[in-house]
Ligand binder design. Sequence first.
Ligand code: PLP
Length: 405
Amino acid sequence: MAQTASLIAERMNRIKPSPSSAASARVRELQAQGRDIVGLTTGEPDFPTPDHIKQAAIRALETDQTRYTNPDGTVELKTAVQGKFKRENGLDYALDQIIVSAGSKQSLFNALLATIEDGDEVIIPAPFWVSYIDMVLLAGGRPVVLSCLEEHGFKLQAEQLERALTPRTKWVMFCSPNNPSGATYTATEMKELARVLLPHPKIHVISDDIYEHLIYDGRTFATMAQVEPALYERTLTVNGVSKAYSMTGWRLGYAGGPRELIRNMAKLQSQSTTNPSSISQFAAIAALDGPQEFIAERCRAFQHRRDVVVGLLNRIPGISCRTPEGAFYVFPSCAGLMGRRTPAGDTLKNDRDVILYFLDEAGVGVLQGDVYGMSPYFRISTASDLPMLEEGCRRIALAVDRLSS
Ligand code: PLP
């Protein structure tokens, strides 16, 4: 026991395993035990990777493209990324301003580890993607969490941002469309936040655009460096192929940003994982340069599922669900269930109690809001087919019905 304690570095005490991966693993474990569980925890599209992308990977194998590449990605893929940034976001990045990583998660990790000194502050609007906090903590930084209330559409307000800035603020992290709330900033809202940052040249911005293409009701996507060109020099624009192209397992993401930052992110990557898989890089070229129409089709399917799920949840007394503008999650409030009693006699005191009750009593796996920094809420992933989502909502309704006041 004592030996184990001394083997493991202190920094490992600052972080926890990804709760969403742990919850998905728990759902799979219960299913393997034969339990009938509707798992609505996963953050990945249920659609397959399109054929033309798979074919590109097969061609890469057949032509022996199986060796190390440049640590920051092949010139061919970086050129495709450059084209994507220009075409879709109006952003000009030279090739040495682009890095390709094993998932956008690695780009984010590289950026934070390459820049944060002990005690540096990173502003993270809540609800947030769980990994931001742990990455900042691992790097020795201090996450400064700003709660974005439901009455503000789960969006950060300019005054709130202004009040949180200190001489130690190093980064402000934005994620739009947001995981888990689906909140999506308009260009005007983003510009208002940018206005707060303009007078502070030492503060940098991470724009996590991974859900760019999952945006509903005809809205237009906005990203910080495009909306406020004066922030281009201090913005890292992060994206990847995981969500839009159903390529989560391929582990391929990328970022564009200031040259010196990208150079240092590449240096770090060269001493950790070297390059992302050569095969995945070939596949990603096909994704970015190939047909894009299927994305809009899939997006329509996600929008329909969102509408069905929000409608079903809002019929359940004690649950209220805002309609998200993007991403494939809904983030309902379970405030109305607090204090209710389960058939076993337990009182629901927080969102963790609620999700455990749903899992044990109703066989539905969802995630509690507190892991995303906001309670009492829970997250349902709509990246499952409609019958499964309907069944999940039906079971939640039955479970709520069994509660006594
Ligand atoms: N950013 C957000 C907000 C996410 O939800 C995820 C994955 O769930 C990622 C980044 C990481 O995606 P990947 O590493 O697959 O590109």
